[in-house]
Design a protein around this ligand. Sequence first.
Ligand SMILES: *[C@@H]1O[C@H](CO)[C@@H](O)[C@H](O)[C@H]1NC(C)=O
Length: 260
Amino acid sequence: MKLAFIALAAVVSCTFAQPELDFLSDEYIEQLNSKNLPWKAGRNFERDTSLYNIQRLLSVGTINPPSEFETIFHEDDGKDLPEEFDARKQWSKCESIKEIRDQSGCGSCWGCMSYPLPRCNPSCKTLYDAPTCKKECDKGSPLKYEEDKHYAKQAYRIMSKVERQIQLEIIKNGPVVASFTVYADFIHYLSGVYKFDGESKLLGGHAVRIIGWGIENGTYPYWLVSNSWNERWGDQGLFKIWRGKNECGIEEEITAGLPR
Ligand SMILES: *[C@@H]1O[C@H](CO)[C@@H](O)[C@H](O)[C@H]1NC(C)=O
């Protein structure tokens, strides 16, 4: 009887433990905008989005690259690097650098496969598990699977928390993958240079693509980052985050690869 009661209590608390979250309220967004942060907040997610749906876009822990990845070091002569760099301009014929992905209602930010899931962010109503990996081409493709595989011939880590090493890698080989900690303030990012407000609650970890950097208004150094929550999220799908201070761990786990 006691056990049954505990089980029932657990079910009840799971069913009712999805209250409307105050971090999705207009008041919360207004409060962020009154904090004098170097970025502006606004509504990306509909007010009735559940915490569960948002956390589905994130991972529970930090996202660590496989331990067998070697850490590479770029020779650094200490010369000034460009103040601004945008991989989309540097390699303007490369369409995939410009692409803003939409991971749908699926925790697949780390994935590079084009899952056949509908584009729906930032307001996905349906949640999906990452589909199992099928080793065949899409129906109707004239190509053989083995011939159409694209992958890196080498994947590696960049030295942790060394800003110039990340920059040297991007200048030489293009965008890198980074992971960082997402707090509730971040989901409301609209423009400017994101910096944790210091008190919003932790939601999870997230993997993104750093495509360049710059200094906003000559004062705020930032990384230019491509998110995977559709171009309706943030600054047309992109965000800028404080650079050089390992903000939210963004400079900690950088991985990159070279195409075949
Ligand atoms: C940079 O200046 C523009 C125009 O005044 C302003 O809208 C923006 O918020 C500023 N950026 C930061 C990070 O303060």
